[in-house]
Design a protein around this ligand. Structure first.
Ligand code: 536
Length: 363
């Protein structure tokens, strides 16, 4: 029996396997509204057999979008528009999840295929990015963000709470807080981005404050029975970053604050990714394993995982509980079915909708 195809229970949610679709920005929304594109993109992967489908980084406010094409949950029309998507995912036996986010100083950019750079400040669709400090990310994102006031910090926290409520109304049963990739929450934690001198900057306690307060506020409105998880950038592989021990301590405090699982990811607080050891299959696995062991929290992980056998070994080896697939499952919505065939699972057809299974079983 493979480990990849064992069930995972977390709170009152039961995933039929350990394969999750990692949140992947489609930059295809208008006014933050998910569309037929999102239904088919996510729905196809539910048909494909993944146990958990996490919708892309969805902005908690208009200024929290990465690009004008990002999805949102800052109004009720958006909550309504997500509903057919969660309904379809559930009907296919998968669990619908969503990642909520604020892009911070990386906001107000063009879609990757239209430049992947900050929009000119005079562009009709541009807006003023916010961040802990008025420090530009650099590279293709040169805009100097506005350092947030305490009132703005409070406002964004309230936006996370309101978006979590709407996610629940939309039918999502798994919430991911985006605390990674150089976006707002991550940039509060990183000394590479945060130079504040008030209670939100400087010491480890202060740099952790935004993340821990946001988590606590969301925990109050997100039901106990559904998993509350976060994607956290634990390392940037850039000189001047926080030591890994700080990231591990932050996860410990997040767990004490009600976090049910951590998706171990990268910081991306600077344009310099030259030291990231991309080459190895599942290169973050030793770090995820250490967090799982030292903190005692379920872990998920993505980045450079595509081989079913190696993926299965990561679950079997106790390094992670849940596999997050990005490009592998973007290129092949039926990755779970193919993985089941490759791992000699008795009945890969059980992963498929009846409509597909019937055809595929014909001689
Ligand atoms: C990660 N990215 C993460 C995104 C969107 C854009 C790309 C997100 O979390 N919404 C990434 C950064 C650097 C290099 C590769 C990938």
């Amino acid at each position: 029996m493979s480990h990849l195809f064992s069930e995972l229970s977390l709170k009152d949610v039961r995933l039929k396997n350990r394969i999750a679709v990692s949140p992947m920005c489609q930059y295809s929304a208008v006014d933050g509204l998910p569309s037929d594109w999102h239904l088919v993109h996510l729905g196809a992967r539910a048909i494909g057999g993944a146990g958990l489908i996490v919708a892309e980084a969805t902005a908690v406010s208009p200024d929290g979008r990465i690009t004008p094409g990002c999805t949102g949950l800052w109004n009720d029309a958006q909550a309504e528009a997500w509903r057919p998507i969660t309904r379809f995912i559930e009907a296919e036996g998968a669990v619908p999840g969503i990642q909520i986010a604020h892009a911070g100083r990386k906001a107000s950019a063009s879609r990757p295929w239209q430049g992947d750079a900050h929009l000119d400040p005079d562009h009709p669709e541009a807006w003023q990015p916010l961040a802990p400090s008025s420090l530009a990310f650099g590279g293709s994102l040169p805009r100097v963000p506005q350092a947030m006031t305490l009132q703005e910090i409070e406002r964004v926290r309230a936006d996370f709470v309101a978006s979590a409520r709407r996610a629940l109304d939309s039918g999502f049963k798994w919430l991911v807080l985006h605390f990674a990739h150089g976006y707002l929450a991550q940039s509060f934690f990183s000394p590479l981005a945060n130079q504040r001198t008030d209670e939100y900057g400087g010491s480890f306690e202060n740099r952790s404050r935004f993340i821990l307060e946001t988590l606590a506020a969301v925990r109050e409105v997100w039901p106990e029975q559904w998993p509350l998880t976060a994607r956290l950038g634990v390392l940037d592989y850039v000189p001047g970053e926080q030591p890994l021990e700080e990231s591990i301590e932050l996860v410990r405090r997040m767990q004490a604050g009600g976090l049910d699982l951590v998706d171990v990811s990268l910081g991306f607080n600077t344009p310099d990714v030259s030291r990231v050891p991309w080459g190895e299959h599942g290169f973050l696995a030793p770090i995820a394993a250490r967090i799982r062991r030292e903190v005692g929290i379920p872990t998920a992980m993505s980045w450079n995982i595509r081989e079913p056998r190696a993926a299965d070994a990561l679950i079997a080896g106790g390094e992670l509980d849940l596999l997050m697939l990005g490009k592998a499952i973007l290129g092949d919505p039926h990755w779970p079915y193919r993985a089941a065939l490759a791992l000699d699972r008795a009945a890969p057809y059980a992963l498929l909708s009846e409509q597909y299974a019937w055809w595929l079983k014909q001689q």
